[in-house]
Design a protein around this ligand. Sequence first.
Ligand SMILES: [Zn+2]
Length: 314
Amino acid sequence: MRRPRAIVALVAIALSSLAAALLIGCGASASTSTSGKPVIVVTTPVLGAVVEQVVGEQADVQVLMPNGADPHEWRPSAQDVAALDHADLIVESGLDLESGLSTAIAQAHDDGVPVFAATDHVPVRHVGAGEGGSSSAADHQAGAADPHFWTDPLAMRQVVLALPAAVRSATGLDVQADAVAEAARLMRLDREVGAITATVPAGRHDIITGHESLGYFADRYGFRVIGAVTPSLSTGAEASASHVADLATAARAHQACVVFGEVGTPAPVTEAVASEAGARVVELSTHALPASGGYDAFITGIARAIADGLGQCA
Ligand SMILES: [Zn+2]
């Protein structure tokens, strides 16, 4: 017996409609873990690496920014905004580091997604009076809060110890034991970084960076940031010709033989400062993970690059 063609067609239409409805349903919850695990969306790769260490396989950790992106300037796609809105927990650095994400994170928070800001859990460093030098950047006035906490492993440890309560409240998961183990690892890492930076010769601890990104690192390991090519806590500000000249003068006065370049700082300006100061440029990866390795490789990489660079000064 042959089925009437009309019925076959109707069944086909009904099935395709059902398939389309299922696809739309999947699309609407695209950021939900396919494994059924709770989803934790982290803004930056460096912070994401540490969150992954703590939660392990228990949650699906999604990092929004591609490794190597400038977090100060990065803007989310519609898909990224949807991922934030569907997260069980958002983990951000805070203090306006992710300025391009602030509206999307605030919206997700308004929609009921809990937000854990790492910088709520560290002793925040502030720009000291007079540190701004010739800077006119709004975020570099005395008292401005510095978001670059991740350059200090012990500040990161504070974040790790605060994370379990937020994870438990948002997802019901218990990651306390993993956090305690990670915190102990960060204590050992701090000693390792201390040993690397201890090799820097006496009197060579004044450093110049791309933007003011290493204040926490400097405070922890006995360095002093005497200036930045982009005189700002973010990368958006511009260096004037007079700032370049002032910085070169400061470099010579402090016998700083290296200018540390980094993401978001125009290479020609970094080169100009180095050239005027008779210094070399050494690139630092202050906002991105190394090609292989996590937070340990990240922070020891910075320490080695600084120690090697300063160690070669005459
Ligand atoms: Zn920065």
